[in-house]
Design a protein around this ligand. Sequence first.
Ligand code: IDP
Ligand code: MG
Length: 154
Amino acid sequence: MSNDERTFVMVKPDGVQRGLIGEIVSRFEHRGLKLVGAKALQLDEELASQHYGEHRDKPFFDGLVEFITSAPVFAMVWEGKDATRQVRRMVGATDPGESAPGTIRGDYGLDLGRNVIHASDHADEGANEREIDLFFDESELLDYEQATDEWQYE
Ligand code: IDP
Ligand code: MG
């Protein structure tokens, strides 16, 4: 398993408004993941519809697009061993009411429509790379060594 798998993560408008960017970034940093890209932006309807394209036919789609475009988000790319799956484990179940305490949604959310964070689905093959490509230009992503790398990986 490579130590440089990349995954896409986004603090949603509720997380940004509630001042949770720092808390969320800290969790991934402390886990040992490496931040290789980050930016604040506000999604337009086109980007939001593309990002949530798999849910186009669901009854909650319009509300989801309206919400995700309503205020700024904070998009990131994190790198590390098994990153996509490990980040999803840290994020917790889709419904914060069912997310285990200790997960991001389980610690910071209560309502399915306000679940604080998006992360690429490890069960959806290639979702991480598709989402990174959708949100970031190659030139916005970093490739660097960290002095702690040898203390993070055997
Ligand atoms: P995920 O974010 O855990 O991957 P998905 O099933 O991909 O969950 O759904 C995408 C987003 O759509 C969820 O994070 C949530 O914001 C919203 N969502 C999912 N299911 C519902 C629902 O039944 N009602 C309202 N919103 C939903
Ligand atoms: Mg999903």
